[in-house]
Design a protein around this ligand. Structure first.
Ligand code: M6R
Length: 612
């Protein structure tokens, strides 16, 4: 949902901004723009479409440009995912005030912008965006002191914002403010960056300050000043070292980030397991800050997430109920935050989010915190809002996930939560030692089994060739694999734009079976488990309507109704979802590739959904 970057330092400002925006492109890519100061004038360039279009539209004189006698340059950039106002050059950021004194980039939504705009009747607006109102308010509130103008402006804003500004009236500084949208300062040697994520700054530094809600301030070439609206005092913020490397954000020979991330799964899962499982013992050292007493008394679990993270929540519901024998409820953030959920004491509430910045998940977290229930985040981004706001957070150690379609983060979430589930089951004594060891052993083998799946993908590619022209797919499964049917369908939809439905196989006869004819590929999960015979019955129902049946199954499982059989390594039924999702990720990937889709940046989507 929009990516922003700002820079002050001695590098070529255009190169820094464009390279940062290219790394931020996963957050939104319908238009982009940059602004710099030159000879005390604001120069602004904007374009619709990808960053490469903006880059090629820049005058060559600008590219070699270095500002200011002291050698320092400064500028801001933005890549947009449209919320208010269609994707167009006028609506692209940066936005500028009437007298061209201030220029701003913004990520978030100003919910009361219409009301604020109605009070700025003498100002000339040139876009349909909510953002533009902020720069006009700064113009109105400026009385010779930018920090005062920012403070008085953000007091008026409702909604979410990460803002970076420059002004020709105080030309040697970057100004910023943040509420509910991520904003991070990157500290280099004699240079400072500010951006929506660490990835866009990784090539230059690994030292970061994660700004907090209501922070605002200024960055000059000598210092960083951070104030907070609540206390209005100068803030001391810790500098965090992030051990991601620039190599992690390269495609490393893969055609797309998504494919690279699918192939990274064995390695990242192994890392997650070996960091926490020592022989038969599970250790969560610093991550879980709850006392054993609190954990022992947990009587219910509620898990909240969105999209793929919600599917991870659903899988965990089945797993937790199996090992913990307590009720587990799940919800998507956008529903939970508006329903009258009855929250009982002794409930542990888990929030799953790869980015840790998904607005609906964070809003749900903030609601739950009001009830003083223990909250556990499961997250891939250190320093993200979820990381900072949940009582404890499990770090899923997957490395940067750049492809919009989540893959390694999903299996990372599952492995970490499975280990947590077993850890909790031990504390609560709800699992026998035999079952604990069986499950732990099966989890240990997951990386090796995924390596086996990835070592020969030729059959999945063949299937993709056979079916990529179809318009509808159905994914069916039962029990703990039902959420994998949902996830397989989501992967296909989001990157290939083919309509796909995930359904619990037993529900087919209550309606969706009417959709089936000989044109319909049906992907069915029929790996070994307690419900296999039930799945077979559903398979017969589908086959007798002439569907083309693609089954994910194990060696030794036979049925005449299966047309195409993907044989997977055999594992415990409760661990099987972590393997079963991998061929579905690949099937979606190869179909989308045959259709020439923009796999890493599918239309209309953004990696981090930081707006409601
Ligand atoms: O960062 P989060 O895990 O909170 O993101 C949640 C969803 O937006 C995300 O999983 C989305 O559904 C993916 N594009 C799915 O591949």
């Amino acid at each position: 949902m929009c990516g922003i970057i700002g820079y002050i330092g001695k590098r070529n400002i255009i190169e820094v901004l464009i390279s940062g925006l290219k790394h931020l492109e996963y957050r939104g890519y319908d238009s982009s723009g940059i602004a710099i100061l030159k000879e005390n004038k604001i120069l602004r360039y904007r374009a619709t479409g990808k960053i490469s279009k903006l880059e090629s539209s820049l005058p060559t004189s600008l590219i070699s440009h270095q500002e200011s006698s002291n050698g320092y340059s400064l500028g801001i950039g933005h890549t947009r995912w449209a919320t208010h106002g269609k994707p167009s050059e006028e609506n692209a950021h940066p936005h500028i005030d009437c007298n061209r004194n201030f220029v701003i980039v913004h990520n978030g939504i100003i919910e009361n912008f219409l009301e604020l705009k109605s009070k700025l009747q003498h100002h000339k607006f040139s876009s349909e965006t909510d953002t533009e109102v902020v720069v006009h308010l700064i113009e109105k509130n400026y009385n010779g002191n930018m920090l005062e103008a920012i403070k008085n402006t953000i007091k008026l804003l409702e909604g979410s914002y990460a803002i970076v500004l420059i002004s020709r009236l105080e030309p040697q500084k970057l100004f910023f403010a943040r509420k509910d949208s991520p904003l991070i300062i990157g500290i280099g040697e004699d240079e400072t960056f500010i951006a929506s994520d660490v990835i866009s700054m990784l090539g230059y530094t690994n030292k970061f300050i994660f700004l907090e809600n209501y922070d605002y301030g200024e960055i000059s070439n000598t210092e960083i000043k951070i104030y907070n609206l609540n206390s209005e005092k100068l803030q001391q913020r810790s500098v965090n070292i992030v051990n991601w490397t620039p190599q992690m954000i390269e495609k490393s020979g893969f055609k797309h980030f998504m494919l690279k991330e699918i192939y990274e799964q064995p390695q990242v899962l192994r890392e997650n397991i070996t960091a926490r499982v020592f022989s038969e013992e599970i250790v969560f050292s610093e991550e879980i800050k709850f006392t054993k007493k609190l954990l022992k008394n947990i009587q219910k679990i509620l898990i909240i997430g969105c999209g793929t993270s919600y599917h991870a929540a659903l899988v965990c519901k089945y797993f937790f109920e199996h090992v913990l024998k307590i009720p587990v409820e799940t919800d998507v953030g956008s529903e939970f935050r508006y329903r009258e959920c009855i929250l009982q004491k002794n409930t542990l509430v888990i929030f799953i989010s790869q980015s840790g910045e998904t607005a609906d998940t964070l809003a749900s977290l903030r609601i739950v915190k009001q009830y003083k229930l223990p909250t556990l985040g499961v997250c891939n981004v250190i320093g993200s809002s979820l990381f900072r706001e949940a009582d404890s957070t499990i770090y899923i150690r997957c490395g940067p996930e750049i492809g919009v379609a989540s893959t390694k983060a999903f299996t990372g979430q599952l492995v970490c939560l499975y280990i947590f589930g077993l850890y909790l089951a031990k504390i609560k004594q709800t699992i026998s030692q035999k079952r604990y060891i069986e499950l732990l052993n099966s989890i240990y083998k997951v990386p090796t089994y995924i390596e086996q799946i990835l070592s020969d993908t030729s059959y999945i590619k063949q299937l993709a060739k056979m079916f990529y022209t179809k318009h509808d797919f159905l994914y069916l499964a039962r029990g703990i694999n039902y959420p994998i049917a949902l996830e397989g369908a989501l992967k296909l939809k989001e990157i290939s734009y083919i309509h796909a439905e995930g359904y619990p196989a037993g529900e087919m006869k209550h309606g969706p079976i009417a959709l089936i004819d000989k044109e319909m590929p049906v992907v069915i999960i029929a790996t070994k488990g307690s419900l296999l015979q039930k799945v077979f019955s559903n398979l017969e129902e589908v086959k007798s309507r002439e569907a083309k049946v693609i089954a994910l199954t194990n060696y030794g499982v036979e049925s005449k109704s299966i047309d195409y059989k993907l044989v997977l390594p055999e594992t415990d039924e409760f661990v099987s979802p972590i393997l079963n999702v991998v061929p579905l990720q690949l099937l979606a990937y190869y179909i989308a590739d045959l259709l020439n889709r923009e796999i890493d940046q599918p239309r209309n989507l953004a990696k981090s959904v930081t707006v409601e």
